[in-house]
Design a protein around this ligand. Structure first.
Ligand code: ACO
Length: 333
C-alpha cells in the first residue's frame, strides 16, 4: 500500500456522452394483445394505455444477451463522447437480468468492447440500478483511482416475465442505455442519495434461484402493483426534494425530471406533487414500457438526442424498484 502511486482526488465527475440500444422488434399493444389472446390471456390496448401509458415495448429476439445489448448502448455512448473504448478504466453495469450467475455481465461487456484492465462489476438494485451505478461510479472517479467510466443499464426483462400473468407481462420491455462518465474538476454530478428498505422485498421480486442444478422457487417476476404504486409516488417525491436540497437547487430551477419509467400515472403524480410542470419531465414509458435499470439512461439518451436536454441543463435522474430501492442523482449536463 505504501508503495502505491499517490492517487490525486478530483472534485467530481461529469457525463460526456449518452447512448442507448433497443432490440429490433417493437411490439405495439394491439400486437401483444393478439399474441396473448392466443394463450387465453385477455387484455386490451385501452386497459394498458389508460392504466400505464404504455403503447409499445421492444422485445428481444432469441440469442440476444444483456451483455450484447449493453455493449451496443456503450458503443453509442462512446461515439457520442468521441472517446475510444480503450480509454475506459471502469465499467459499472446495472441489471436484474444478468446473462450468467457469474462472471458479471460487466465483465462480458468489457470483453465484447475489447477493453483490458480497469475494473468491471455489476450493481443489482433492480429499477434503481442505473442511479445506484452512477452514484458508485462517481464516488470511484472522485478518488482519482479511475479516470473514465461506462455506466450502463441493460435489461432483458422479457426473459423473466410470466406471459400468462396479464398483471405484469404487459408492463415491461427490453433495452439498454449508457453514459460515459469522466473525472472532472468541473463536476456535473451535483448531488446523490440512495435508499433501500429490504423489509418490502416481497412486493416486487423474482424469488427463484438455482440450487443443485434445479430452479428452486418462482423464476418469474411477481408484483403487488398497487403497493408498488403507492410507495413509488411517495419515495420519488421525497427523494427529489432531498437531492435538490443537497444540490442547492429548487424545483423551479430544475430543467428536466427523469423518473424511472414505470407508469405514466406514477410520473404525472410525482411531477404534480413536486409542483413541476409536466412538460419539464422526460416521458418514454409510452415507447419503451418499463425497462427496469435501462429506463433512466434510455430516457436520458432519448431526451439528449431529441435536442430537449442540452449542455448546461440540470437534470434529476430518479430510480425506484425492487428491494425496495430508490434514489436520485442531480446532474448538470
Ligand atoms: N388487462 C386487463 N385487465 C387487467 C390487466 C390487464 N393487463 N391487469 C390487471 N387487470 C385487471 C385486474 O384483474 C383487476 O380486475 P378486477 O377489478 O376485476 O379484479 C383490474 O384490472 C384492476 O387491477 P388493479 O391491479 O387494481 O389495477 P391498477 O389500476 O392498480 O393498475 C398496475 C395495475 C398498472 C400494475 C398499477 O398498479 C401499477 O402501475 N403499479 C406500479 C407498477 C410499477 O411501477 N412497477 C414497476 C416497479 S419497477 C421495478 O422495480 C421492476
Amino acid at each position: 500500500m505504501d508503495n502505491a502511486p499517490r492517487m490525486k482526488a478530483v472534485a467530481g465527475s461529469r457525463i460526456i456522452g449518452t447512448g442507448s440500444a433497443l432490440p429490433q422488434r417493437a411490439v405495439g399493444n394491439e400486437e401483444l394483445v393478439a399474441e396473448l389472446a392466443q394463450r387465453g390471456v385477455h387484455t386490451s390496448d385501452a386497459w394498458i394505455v389508460e392504466r400505464t401509458g404504455i403503447r409499445q415495448r421492444y422485445l428481444a429476439e432469441p440469442g440476444l444477451t444483456t451483455a450484447g445489448l449493453g455493449a451496443r448502448a456503450a458503443r453509442s455512448a462512446l461515439e457520442a463522447a468521441a472517446v475510444t473504448a480503450d480509454s475506459i478504466d471502469l465499467i459499472v453495469l446495472a441489471s436484474s437480468t444478468a446473462d450468467q450467475i457469474f462472471p458479471s455481465t460487466a465483465c462480458l461487456i468489457q470483453a465484447e468492447l475489447g477493453i483490458r484492465g480497469g475494473a468491471a462489476f455489476d450493481v443489482q438494485a433492480v429499477c434503481s440500478g442505473f442511479v445506484y451505478g452512477l452514484a458508485v461510479a462517481d464516488a470511484l472517479l472522485r478518488t482519482g483511482a479511475h479516470r473514465r467510466a461506462l455506466v450502463i443499464g441493460s435489461e432483458l426483462f422479457s426473459r423473466i416475465l410470466d406471459w400468462n400473468d396479464r398483471t405484469t407481462c404487459v408492463l415491461f420491455g427490453d433495452g439498454a442505455g449508457a453514459v460515459v462518465l469522466e473525472a472532472s474538476d468541473r463536476p456535473g454530478l451535483l448531488a446523490q442519495r440512495l435508499h433501500a428498505d429490504g423489509s418490502r422485498a416481497r412486493i416486487l421480486c423474482t424469488a427463484g434461484r438455482v440450487d443443485q442444478g434445479k430452479i428452486e422457487g418462482d423464476p418469474f417476476l411477481r408484483m403487488d402493483g398497487q403497493a408498488v404504486f403507492k410507495v413509488a409516488v411517495e419515495v420519488l417525491e421525497a427523494s427529489a426534494r432531498e437531492v435538490l436540497e443537497a444540490g442547492g437547487l429548487t424545483v423551479s430551477q430544475l430543467d428536466w425530471l427523469i423518473p424511472h419509467q414505470a407508469n405514466i400515472r406514477i410520473l404525472t403524480a410525482t411531477a404534480r406533487r413536486l409542483g413541476l410542470p409536466a412538460e419539464r419531465m422526460i416521458v418514454t414509458v409510452d415507447r419503451h414500457g418499463n425497462t427496469s435499470a435501462a429506463s433512466v439512461p434510455l430516457a436520458l439518451d432519448w431526451g439528449v438526442r431529441c435536442g430537449m436536454i442540452r449542455t448546461g441543463h440540470s437534470v434529476l435522474l430518479q430510480g425506484v424498484g425492487g428491494g425496495l430501492t430508490w434514489g436520485s442523482v442531480l446532474v448538470r449536463m
